[in-house]
Design a protein around this ligand. Structure first.
Ligand code: FES
Length: 66
């Protein structure tokens, strides 16, 4: 699904950037250009980032508890 129409960036592109180490909205903007046009995708991109970070934290806790 396209998240950033200005730059043609998909949710998969953003998730891949996060997986490769992007850890802030500014980092995602720098790596992909998402959010650097009209800015209309920034809120959704931030939510994707927060969801991914939350998921990684839960997985780390589950791994530590195992
Ligand atoms: S939709 Fe992403 S900058 Fe415009």
């Amino acid at each position: 699904m396209y998240v950033c129409l200005c730059r043609g960036i998909t949710d998969r592109d953003i998730r891949n950037a996060i997986h490769e180490g992007a850890n802030s909205l500014a980092d995602i903007e720098q790596r992909l250009g998402a959010g650097t046009g009209c800015g209309g995708c920034r809120d959704f991109t931030s939510r994707l980032l927060e969801d991914s970070q939350r998921r990684e934290a839960v997985e780390a806790l589950a791994y530590a508890a195992a």
